[in-house]
Design a protein around this ligand. Structure first.
Ligand SMILES: [Zn+2]
Length: 422
């Protein structure tokens, strides 16, 4: 079967895809609170097994599960392999009564598909799975391996994709089909950190005069007050970055450092002996997590070193984490697009063939799991159906036509890429 025939078949059988999307939406995989994806993963696992995929799955936090399917190619060693990646968790829906249509089922109206996950990103997952079914039904062999990552945790900063890649489930090229409006997107990165200050001694509030005034003689400090100085240090670095760094397609000063949350002290009878700041750093596509964290950590330590009190009690800077809920941290590495990569060129070609025009290539205004492929040296793009303004929104919807085109583009890309020699 050639690409044109597959494209026609996708159109003819499109209602089957929409049935599958309805089934996926009915699993209430809201995150947070998460811990609810075992049933949908069992469903996807069975679906993949039925299409002759070998599957691996394992627990990821409690009652959540990661799943990988692999359909071996007929000549894996010599032909390109591909990962398609999608997260099955969805954003919270708020009060269901505020929705025009029920959030956990598919409603079709005037060319739009309504329901939680229609844009972010169960429609893309339905498209991938449906394509696997067509490949099996039509007996279309692929020479290279075809992998599917069924990911959880994306909505809560729990990088399921990272763990899947750590287990070695990579490929020659990857497409993360998170919401991208059929644009081919890279992204800036994002990481959270903590600055923790702790004094050596704890003082009663009655000692404050002796800690802050001439002749007081007590060496100590309020961690809350010293944190102000460190926050000012972060602001200074943020301004410096805004002036010295830039990246096309990002407004200058998009590389921000946000002091997002602060806690400290005991009660008004004490001089605050602890203070912790939770902050968020956004950085550009050409920057690495390790360079950014090093730069910020060194800057904070220098600010502290210039302060005679903090010099003896330097702050501790901690970075990232594996879950916003469990260890209060997250990482989304950046993704710089490699437009010369053959995988990229093939995707552009598949797009042109289906849409009759050039794709929009750019940068996501948000972040997805696509950045995780970069530290594992796997070339990747974010390319998916659905609109950014619909993701996480009340009455989330997406375009039926766009989903059809997405499915046709990915179908053509699979036939092309997985049958090309390495
Ligand atoms: Zn998403």
């Amino acid at each position: 079967m050639n690409k044109e025939q597959l494209s026609q078949l996708i159109e003819d059988k499109f209602d089957e895809l929409l049935d599958l999307l309805d089934q996926l939406i009915r699993f209430e995989t809201v995150s947070p609170p998460a811990r609810n994806t075992q049933p949908i993963q069992a469903f996807v696992r069975q679906y993949l097994t039925d299409q002759d995929f070998e599957v691996d799955h394992w627990p990821f936090f409690q009652k959540d599960e990661l799943l990988v399917g692999c359909k071996k190619g007929t000549d894996s060693t010599n032909y390109h392999s591909l990962v398609l990646n999608g997260h099955v968790d969805v954003a919270p829906v708020g009060d269901e009564k505020d929705w025009i249509y029920p959030p956990f089922q598919l409603t079709q109206k005037d060319g739009r598909l309504y329901g939680r996950g229609t844009s972010d990103m169960k429609a893309a997952i339905a498209a991938d799975l449906f394509l696997f079914k067509l490949l099996k039904e039509e007996g279309i062999p692929l020479k290279g391996d075809l992998l599917f990552h069924s990911v959880v945790g994306e909505e809560s900063g729990e990088a399921g994709t990272r763990e899947i890649l750590e287990k070695g489930y990579g490929a020659d090229y990857a497409i993360v089909s998170d919401t991208s409006e059929l644009k081919i997107w890279g992204q800036g990165g994002c990481i959270t950190g903590w600055i923790k200050l702790k004094t050596a001694k704890v003082f009663h509030d009655g000692n404050r005069r002796n800690l802050i005034h001439a002749g007081g003689g007590l060496k100590g400090f309020s961690a809350v007050e010293k944190m102000v100085k460190l926050i000012e240090g972060l602001q200074e670095l943020e301004r410096y970055w805004a002036i010295t760094k830039s990246y096309p397609e990002f407004a200058t000063g998009s590389n921000t450092i946000n002091p997002a949350y602060i806690e400290g002290g005991r009660n008004p009878a004490f001089i605050a002996d602890t203070c912790s700041l939770w902050f968020t750093v956004h950085f550009y596509p050409n920057e690495k997590v390790e360079d950014i964290t090093k730069e910020v950590t060194e800057h904070i330590q220098k600010v502290a070193q210039a302060d005679p009190w903090m010099r003896d009690n330097p702050p501790i800077v901690e970075w990232g984490g594996r879950s916003m809920a469990e260890d209060k941290g997250e990482i989304f590495p950046a993704l710089e697009l490699d437009q010369d990569h053959p995988g990229f060129k093939h995707l552009v070609k598949a797009y042109q063939n289906i849409k009759g025009e050039d794709p929009v290539i750019g940068m996501s205004p948000s972040v997805s799991d696509s950045g995780w492929f970069t530290p594992f040296n796997i070339p990747v793009v974010c390319f998916g159906p659905g609109e950014m303004k619909e993701a996480h929104a009340l009455n989330e919807s997406s375009s039926r036509q766009e989903l059809l085109e997405f499915t046709q583009i990915i179908g053509a890309f699979i036939l092309d890429w997985c049958n090309q020699k390495r």
